[in-house]
Write a protein that binds this ligand. Structure first.
Ligand SMILES: CC/C=C\CCC/C=C/C(=O)SCCNC(=O)CCNC(=O)[C@H](O)C(C)(C)COP(=O)(O)OP(=O)(O)OC[C@H]1O[C@@H](n2cnc3c(N)ncnc32)[C@H](O)[C@@H]1OP(=O)(O)O
Length: 298
């Protein structure tokens, strides 16, 4: 296999982090004191390899311990996606995880604890942009879900075109358990996969589906043993790439148009809701208790 590493993502190691507000807008700079805690350095958090023969890249999420989606990490993913989109030979991307038994535990909750208004706003805009990029990319996208895939993790997997998951893990939207509500565009992308009623009750309860239930409902497309997930994702990608790229992408655009139109018209209001809601004292208390409960389960 011919592998090539992309020289990506040096922004987060610099004294100032260049954070794009939106793809089409100029980046803004944040002071380093605003960086969130991480057990992996930014350089280690995202690894991209490219297989020239299959024309498929692998985006390896390695922000230990649980691939929590911090502002810097989301920015890295977004920049990487853009680079891959612009790499003419690249036709597909597999998103996999380097964290044991966790694909992605969702948003890094620290981003929502006692945030500054500026950072909170940039965080949400960057997340919106990253989701839109992934949801609409010309690339064929496959999520190789080797572990739990929760809330923001499900945002990534449900924006992909195909999902392969390992057995005995959890996937879904549990936001209500943290006293918060998943944004409508994330809800829409899950609803597109499993339908209205299954989305409604699971959202209201914060229910996480087992891998097996997720397969039955269509939230994932295949369940295979954990050590075969990436291999299966590669095999499925090869099969998908037998479809001509432009016809596949146009079909995806057609099917996802309503969700994208709704997103574009609602994204400003969604941003306002997020930045007004998260700093509320009652929400801060609930988030704080949730983090404490995660720590105390040990
Ligand atoms: C108006 C709109 C408002 C808001 C919309 C927001 C939409 C999206 C929201 C989200 O994504 S919120 C995040 C939701 N995610 C979760 O609830 C997952 C929580 N984590 C877990 O359930 C478990 O950690 C696990 C993923 C099942 C893995 O379990 P395991 O036993 O393997 O690990 P452990 O729990 O010990 O965690 C290790 C370490 O990581 C910390 N952690 C876990 N998840 C997060 C997270 N999402 N953000 C930040 N930190 C996280 C955990 O506290 C441990 O830290 P410690 O080692 O310091 O104790």
């Amino acid at each position: 296999m011919t592998m090539r590493s992309f020289g990506l993502i040096r922004q987060c190691c610099n004294a100032l982090v260049r954070v794009p507000l939106a793809r089409e807008k100029s980046p803004v700079s944040l002071p380093i004191s605003h960086l969130s805690r991480s057990l992996t350095t930014a350089a280690e958090a995202l690894k991209i390899t490219y297989d020239e023969k299959s024309e498929v890249a692998t985006m390896h999420l390695c922000r230990k311990p649980v691939n929590g989606l911090s502002l810097e990490f989301i920015t890295q993913i977004s920049i990487a996606l853009e680079k891959l989109e612009n790499e003419r030979s690249c036709r597909g991307v597999i998103i996999s995880s380097g964290c044991d038994n966790v694909f992605c535990a969702g948003l890094d909750i620290n981003e929502m604890l006692r945030p500054t208004p500026e950072r909170l706003e940039i965080f949400w805009k960057t997340l919106q942009d990253m989701w839109l990029q992934l949801f609409t990319t010309r690339l064929m996208t496959v999520a190789a879900i080797t572990g739990h895939c929760i809330a923001g993790g499900c945002l990534i997997s449900s924006a992909c075109d195909h999902r392969v998951m390992a057995p005995n893990f959890k996937i879904g939207l549990n936001e209500v358990k943290l006293g918060i509500v998943a944004p409508f565009w994330l809800v829409d992308s899950v609803k597109n996969l499993i339908g209205y009623r299954q989305t409604e009750w699971s959202l209201m309860k914060g229910h996480l589906f087992s891998s097996e239930d997720a397969l039955r409902l269509g939230l994932v497309d295949k369940v295979v043993p954990q050590d075969q997930v990436v291999l299966q994702a590669e095999a499925d990608m090869a099969e998908w790439l037998q479809v001509p790229d432009s016809a596949r992408h146009l079909s995806k655009t057609l099917m996802r148009r309503d969700t994208v139109v709704r997103f574009r018209s609602g994204r400003e209001a969604d941003l306002k809701t997020f930045v007004n809601y998260i700093p509320k004292e009652s929400i801060q208390k609930t988030l704080h208790s949730y983090v404490e409960s995660l720590k105390s389960k040990k």
